[in-house]
Design a protein around this ligand. Structure first.
Ligand code: CP
Length: 338
């Protein structure tokens, strides 16, 4: 795994193009292997992966657990509501408790941005040999989702050899609630690193103008960008302007649970302006794949008929790709730890 030097996976802004290549190549190998039942791979035998999820999840948590099992790791999961958090134990002491039980890999989801980073730094300072994987923190980052979206698109454009090169010069439209989306932020880092053009589309309340400069400066906490030349980012306000010439369209969930102000008039008016339908997709001028990280608000950001149409929708393929991509991340972090 040439050049891989990440001890934790917190944010894709820290990934070089070689890092993306490494993950995609390894995920493709895992995707092509029959690794179910008794034919598990022994790579993580003797390792323990613990999922610390402080927010709800279906796909991310289940697929990390399945990925770890397919690599022969032990798996332990934590349920905040029935844990000693309710007696006042701190988040860091909770993490340390699992590390003391032998966790080598902590997969962390939290509603506050920065929690996985804070845990990783605190555990590093105390000399614990444990890797932290961010499974989604507030509005900040969802790196494994960004990687599986990238893998899905790269396989769509280059099924036998998915690589960052498959995205070079492609135009990917990301439409919807960018403001509240950690998935959109991770995709911005991933897609621009691969040389794709990203067109962001949404109303000003859900897509502030500042997003046009999202990848312009060195990533937060880094002196230089590990990717010297990124693809461009453009911001438009209507799907009619965004879709012509697109190579792929990524729709985002309206994150009603994170909206504390009145950012929308009605869901119906949002769907009329920004909901993706077969008719709207035809504006691309050619057959184009549709992605959505899930869970979907059917009939709001994406018409049910389009979501269920296998000729256009890659949503189930994204879910299938959760497992090989997360296997790749677990494998790389365990290998980096020796
Ligand atoms: N896409 C995603 O993170 O889904 P879950 O919330 O179900 O994990």
């Amino acid at each position: 795994m040439s050049g891989w030097d990440h001890r934790h996976v917190i944010d894709l802004s820290a990934f070089s193009t070689d890092d993306f290549t490494t993950v995609l190549e390894l995920a493709q190998r895992f995707r092509n292997l029959p690794v179910t039942g008794t034919r598990k791979l022994p790579a993580l035998q003797g390792r323990l992966m613990t999922t610390l999820f402080f927010e709800a999840s279906t796909r991310t948590r289940s697929s990390f657990e399945l990925a770890a099992r397919r690599l022969s790791a032990d798996v332990q999961s934590f349920a905040p509501g029935s844990s000693s958090l309710v007696k006042g134990e701190s988040l860091l002491d909770t993490a340390r408790t699992y590390v003391a039980m032998g966790a080598n890999l902590l997969v962390v989801r939290h509603g506050c941005a920065g929690v996985p980073q804070i845990l990783a730094e605190a555990l590093d300072r105390s000399g614990d040999r444990v890797a932290v994987l961010n499974a989604g923190d507030g509005l900040h980052s969802h790196p494994s989702q960004g990687l599986l979206d990238l893998f899905t698109l790269a396989r769509h454009f280059s099924p036998d050899a998915p690589s960052p090169e498959a995205l070079r010069g492609r135009r990917v439209v990301i439409v919807g609630d960018v403001l509240h989306s950690r998935v959109a932020r991770s995709n911005l880092w991933a897609l621009t690193a691969c040389g794709a053009e990203v067109v962001l589309c949404g109303p000003p309340t859900l897509l502030p103008d500042q997003f046009a400069d999202f990848v312009a400066a060195p990533p937060p906490g880094q002196a230089v960008d590990p990717v010297p030349h990124r693809g461009p980012v453009r911001l438009v306000r209507s799907l009619e302007e965004a879709l012509p010439g697109a190579d792929a369209v990524m729709t985002l969930r309206l994150q009603k649970e994170r909206m504390h102000q009145h950012l929308l008039t009605t869901l119906e008016s949002y769907h009329r302006c920004y909901g993706l339908t077969h008719d709207r997709l035809a504006l691309c001028g050619r057959p184009v794949p549709v992605l959505h990280p899930g869970p979907v608000n059917r009939g709001v950001e994406l018409a049910g008929a389009l979501l269920d149409d296998p000729a256009c929708s890659l949503v189930e393929e994204q879910v299938r790709n959760c497992i090989p991509v997360r296997m790749a991340l677990l494998y790389l972090l365990a290998a980096a730890d020796g």
